[in-house]
Design a protein around this ligand. Structure first.
Ligand code: PPS
Length: 576
């Protein structure tokens, strides 16, 4: 039969509170409420469905202190990760939080009531101590420590919760199983021995081989149980990863493996996190749990050293093995042996054998350049999914900002580029000409510094949206201010594409006299005559960019040659 939950009883609060749910729902509308952060939401979901058994709420002062200092709750049961609900002083006052007070915990996305918390204690954590004890160092290079100091509010409120609604999910609903559902699934298939595999990364053949191997060694089935809550900043997004897992699950021997998604907010807490992960998998019914080398590792600390030793996690899980009652299976690093076309555990490969590996860095490089990713490393379907989410440079969108005086020729260059891009199939091209933006997006704005700034940030917003969708964007506002250009650039890099948007600043450095001399519309004449006030170059500044990727000048070169220089710039960046 299946592995009993941690502490013996599955704390399925939805089932427990079902008989009084209508009453709780009615009460939830009458009492003060707290809107949960993303992380609190993940935690609450697992508190309510029993994934965090034996917890029945957020930790009160005693449990918290005991957990931080001893990895145990106040009653002695093993639970290594503090699960806390942080609030501000202002919230405490506004909600009149005090022992015995009941508050509704709401989903911030749709305001729906999820649970009612009965406050047992309100306390101020020592964050530095929490960082030291739980994560090993009060070092901001650790993502959870940064989170603790910069996002976590100053007080914790502890208390048990009563379940009203599970948080709603709209993605991959069919792959989300509660502990109760997963247990029923295992029961139905007579899966009495289940090896759970934790992951926050795309899976390739080596992962498939090591889990198959673990399953065969243990005569067990495999549960691929990836985290889709919060993982390490910079990870591949879970939408992409789940498509990868769906592809990889089909490569397992028939009937061996199942895929279920875990809405966990990881802390990257290494050894403590590994013990926590084991507890969670036990609650979901697994009997075995694969613990990786540097399991849930946060990377390097501010001294450039790893936060935890490579085997610390495995050692800590082993140390608690009797209490955990879920068997630790050490992750066996696998290497490919081309000669035999098989994967073997690295520690079983005889010295001198030729092996092949592709590192994470090398994989990212190949995705970027579109270089082939061999079948022995991954599966065609997996690579296809990754390439869709991380298109090679040649199919990524980009933004070119042509900045310069009025009548610098930026528009002519933009139109020349548009023709050249249209000649090459593949991307759609968007021209954001200065006057189009002014009439379509910024009609109410004038030319005061703040308004010019706003105008450029709107350009950046639109450009980033289009670039992310794969378009070639050419924008030609004057963009006279350095700080405004820099924030536009930052926005586009941040939002203009999966691996970072592509942005180029081209300074159209046609001199003012030349722009003025060739101005057939007479705008400069009107500015000189004082009919237009605060005109760029006349009585408003143009800050020459120090950070242009390219400088062109139509007093010295033709539109064709300027456009060609831009084409060569894009070509050298791999975009054409
Ligand atoms: S900015 O600084 O980037 O917001 O300027 P931009 O949006 O490119 O607007 C330039 C067009 O507005 C006309 N115009 C002025 N330009 C500069 N300064 C002032 N005070 C000003 N007032 C109006 C300018 O002639 C540009 O029009 P087009 O038709 O594009 O040449």
């Amino acid at each position: 039969s299946l592995n009993p939950p941690h502490g013996g009883v599955l704390k399925d609060l939805h089932a427990r509170d079902a008989p009084i749910r209508a009453q709780l729902l009615a009460e939830s509308e009458q009492i003060p409420d707290i809107r949960l952060t993303e992380r609190q939401l993940c935690d609450l979901e697992l508190i309510m469905n029993g994934g965090f058994s034996p917890l029945e709420g957020f930790m009160g002062k005693e449990d918290y202190e005991s957990c931080v200092e001893t990895l145990r709750l106040a009653d002695g049961s093993l639970f290594p990760m503090p699960i806390t609900l942080d609030v501000s002083q202002a919230q405490i006052e506004a909600l009149k939080l005090a022992q015995g007070v009941r508050v509704t915990l709401r989903d911030a996305r749709d305001e729906s009531p999820l649970a009612i918390l009965t406050v047992s204690s309100i306390y101020q954590p020592n964050k530095s101590n929490e960082a030291e004890k739980v994560f090993g160092a009060d070092d901001k290079a650790h993502p959870a420590v940064t989170y603790l100091h910069s996002s976590v509010k100053d007080f914790y409120v502890g208390g048990t919760v009563q379940a009203v609604n599970a948080p709603e999910h709209y993605d991959y609903v069919e792959l989300r199983y509660t502990p109760r559902e997963l247990r029923a699934y295992f029961e139905k298939l007579s899966w009495n021995r289940v090896v759970a595999f934790q992951t926050r990364n795309p899976m390739h053949r080596a992962h498939r081989e090591l889990t198959v191997r673990a399953a065969r060694q243990q005569r067990a089935n495999v549960l691929v149980h990836p985290v889709v809550g919060l993982t390490k900043p910079g990870d591949v997004d879970h939408f992409t990863r789940v498509r990868v897992y769906e592809a990889i699950i089909r490569t397992y021997p028939k009937g061996m493996a199942a895929l279920a998604l875990l809405p966990l907010a990881m802390r990257m807490g290494g050894p403590r996190e590994a013990v926590w992960h084991a507890i969670i998998r036990k609650n979901f019914g697994a009997t075995h749990f694969i613990v990786g080398r540097d399991h849930a590792g946060p990377g390097k600390n501010s001294q450039g050293k790893d936060f935890y030793g490579p085997y610390d996690a495995q050692e800590l899980v082993t140390q608690f093995k009797d209490e955990l009652a879920i068997e630790m299976v050490p992750f066996q690093a696998m290497s490919y042996i081309p000669e035999q076309d098989i994967y073997q555990p690295v520690d079983e490969i005889p010295k001198g054998t030729v092996t092949a590996d592709i590192s994470g860095t090398e994989l990212r490089r190949r995705l970027k350049t579109g270089a082939p990713i061999p079948d022995w490393f991954s599966y065609e379907q997996v690579v296809k999914v990754l390439r869709e989410s991380y298109p090679p440079k040649a199919s990524q969108g980009f933004t070119i900002l042509l900045s310069g005086y009025v009548n610098s020729g930026a528009n002519a260059i933009a139109k020349a580029l548009e023709s050249q891009f249209q000649q090459q199939a593949g991307r759609s091209t968007s021209l954001l000409l200065g006057d189009t933006i002014r009439s379509e997006l910024s009609a109410e704005l004038g030319f005061a510094p703040e308004e010019r700034h706003r105008n450029l940030q709107r350009v950046a917003f639109v450009a980033a949206e289009l670039s992310r969708a794969g378009a070639a964007v050419i924008a030609t506002p004057i963009a006279p201010y350095d700080a405004s250009r820099k924030s536009a650039k930052a926005h586009i890099i941040q939002n203009g594409g999966a691996g970072g948007g592509n942005f180029f600043l081209v300074h159209v450095a046609t001199p003012l006299e030349y722009c003025e001399k060739t101005d057939r519309r007479g705008v400069y004449a009107r500015a000189r005559a004082g009919e237009i006030k605060g005109f760029t170059g006349i009585d408003d500044k143009y800050e020459v960019p120090e950070d242009a990727d390219l400088v062109v000048d139509l007093s010295k070169q033709t539109v064709r040659s300027a456009a060609h220089m831009i084409i060569l710039l894009l070509e050298s960046a791999g975009l054409l």
